[in-house]
Design a protein around this ligand. Structure first.
Ligand code: G6Q
Length: 553
């Protein structure tokens, strides 16, 4: 594989970046009346404005050359046609098949996966409709009022984010809950609020071996059996979503009540699969299918649009430029929509687990930065908190601002105020405030020369903080699907540019392995490992002592 620095296009980009030295985004706007028109585009109901990044037409052209020479189009084709591009796990990467509403055949090892995908979707429809209509009842014959999804990571974050985002489409008499943390508090807090007779548990785990999920599922099951006084109740109150039928059976769930998915669905890309069952139950299968349709529309755009008019490609290239040349080490996702409050958490996993890598697909170490630290909060809350660092700190944070033109909850002029803040922030981050402007403002406020000198630097903002603005009409299922797919494909393209495998997660696997022996030590089943470092042994010792109620002596 050609390394980044082996490509002539890379060196041309670097030379071009040097030529831009001293040019500010403000200058670029002043020089070019068509900047907004030419650095924005619409696709699948989303509008992207990337004009407030410090780049020119030539930058975009050179980035596109670099993307082509890096094999973005080839890799995209390989993903969409079911090749095993996740090489370290020897798997295809086919979340796009899950929402392939055109039903175009997609083959893995010579077999079209679409009939199986459609079959599971049909089962999800039948089941979710039974729960929603009251036809599926609990052990004592009462309809379901609460659905508790037990899963973690990819088996939690996607459905939890989507169910929150589609809150206006949920029903007050069918409440969704998500339990992920192995901290018993998480489960206990949900169980305190639900009635065992009317609660359905969805145990969601691709492997069905994940410690946290299995622990929560066993505790939930014990609670249910204890409250209903009958082991047979499990059949009406537990269903599973998994690729592992054998383990589901071992747990005691009839595989008739198991919804299947496949090893070519990565955990963090799985909300479109049966992992989306809690979404289908919460908002109805028609809305779940509208979510799939929105994602499919973005997939088709990504697959067929010219690279220079391709939203995920451009978003990826702009991010790549900011990270590789402008020095951005962090990326803030700032949704000005309360219902997208879980989007940053979801994207933290999607981005950092996919591209937080230091090894190329060839197995050599990278010599360039890869995924940024991703974080975010809904606007305007973030403005009163961490935006200070984005405006005036010493680190460059690239930002995505997201906003709906229309609110699901129109209330006085709340929404106009919200939107005004989005635009004002991106403007301020781009333009900044020069020293002379700050000085004039201070003088206008009546400060004497000493006062001005004391405050002027504090009131100066450098500007040139790169931002993208993503607008949509209203947060409906279709739009949300397109938005999530946009981010998925941005991550895919950046992974190709960085030469990493975006679809494995060996760091997660390490965590799963390491906790096992320490658990044995905490439970007293195992002697402390004399080869462990002093801190690990010391912390285990303190906790054991304190748990046994001993003093510090
Ligand atoms: C996602 C990761 C990880 C995974 C969880 C849960 O891409 O692999 O977050 O989803 O560890 O795994 P299970 O679904 O197997 O329980």
């Amino acid at each position: 594989m050609t390394g980044i620095t082996d490509l002539a296009a890379w060196h041309e980009l670097a030379a071009h970046h040097a030529d831009l030295e001293g040019t500010s985004t403000r200058d670029l706007f002043d020089e070019d009346p068509d900047r907004f028109r030419d650095f924005s585009l619409e696709a699948a109901g989303l509008f992207l404005d990337y004009s407030k990044n410090r780049l020119t037409r030539e930058t975009v052209k050179r980035l596109l050359d670099f993307a082509r020479d890096s094999g973005v189009e080839v890799m995209r084709e390989r993903m969409f046609t079911g090749e095993r591009i996740n090489t370290t796990e020897d798997r295809a990467v086919l979340h796009v098949a899950l929402r392939n509403r055109a039903n175009r055949p997609i083959h893995v090892d010579g077999e079209d996966v679409m009939p199986a995908v459609n079959d599971v979707l049909a089962r999800m429809r039948r089941f979710s409709e039974r729960v929603r209509s009251g036809d599926w009842t609990g052990h004592t014959g009462r309809p379901i009022t609460d659905v508790v999804n037990i899963g973690i990571g990819g088996s939690d974050l996607g459905p939890a984010m989507v169910v929150r985002a589609l809150d206006p489409y949920t029903r007050a008499d069918l409440r969704p809950h998500f339990v992920s943390n192995v901290d018993g508090t998480h489960l206990a807090e949900v169980l305190r609020r639900v009635d065992p007779e009317t609660t359905l548990f969805i145990v969601a785990s691709k492997t069905f071996t994940t410690q946290e999920t299995l622990t929560n599922a066993h505790s939930a099951r014990a609670w249910l059996v204890d409250r209903l006084g009958d082991e047979a109740a499990v059949a009406r109150h537990f269903v599973a979503v998994s690729t592992n039928a054998e383990k589901v059976r071992d747990f005691g769930i009839d595989t008739d009540h198991m919804f299947e998915f496949w090893d070519w669905v990565g955990g963090r890309f799985s909300l479109w699969s049966a992992i989306g069952l809690p979404i289908a139950v919460a908002v109805g299968m028609d809305n779940f299918e509208a979510l799939l349709a929105g994602a499919h529309e973005m997939d088709e755009h990504f697959r067929t649009a010219d690279m220079g008019a391709n939203m995920p490609v451009l978003l990826a290239l702009v991010g790549f430029w900011n990270i590789m040349f402008e020095g951005a080490g962090a990326h803030a996702v700032l949704p000005y929509d309360q219902m997208l409050e879980r989007l940053p958490a979801y994207l933290q996993q999607a981005e950092m687990e996919s591209n937080g890598k230091r090894t190329t697909r060839d197995g050599t170490l990278v010599t360039w930065p890869t995924a940024p630290v991703l974080f975010g909060e809904p606007g305007t809350n973030g403005q009163h908190a961490f935006y200070q660092l984005i405006h005036q700190g010493t680190r460059l944070v690239a930002c995505d601002f997201l906003a709906p033109a229309q609110s699901h909850n129109p209330l006085g002029d709340h929404h106009e105020k919200l939107l005004a803040n989005v635009i004002a922030q991106t403007k301020a981050l781009m333009r900044g405030r020069s020293e002379s402007q700050a000085r004039a403002e201070l003088e206008g406020e009546g400060h004497d020369a000493a006062g001005v000198a004391r405050l002027v630097q504090h009131k100066t903002f450098p500007g040139d903080r790169p931002t993208n603005t993503i607008l949509f009409r209203k947060l409906d299922p279709h739009t949300l699907g397109a938005l999530i797919a946009l981010y998925e494909h941005r991550i895919f393209v950046q992974g190709v540019l960085w030469r990493v495998n975006s679809f494995d997660q060996w760091g997660v696997e390490l965590g799963k392995q390491l906790a096992r022996p320490i658990l044995g030590e905490l439970k007293g089943d195992r002697e402390p490992d004399p080869d462990d470092d002093a801190s690990t042994r010391g912390l285990v010792a303190v906790l054991k002592r304190w748990r046994e109620g001993g003093d510090d002596g």
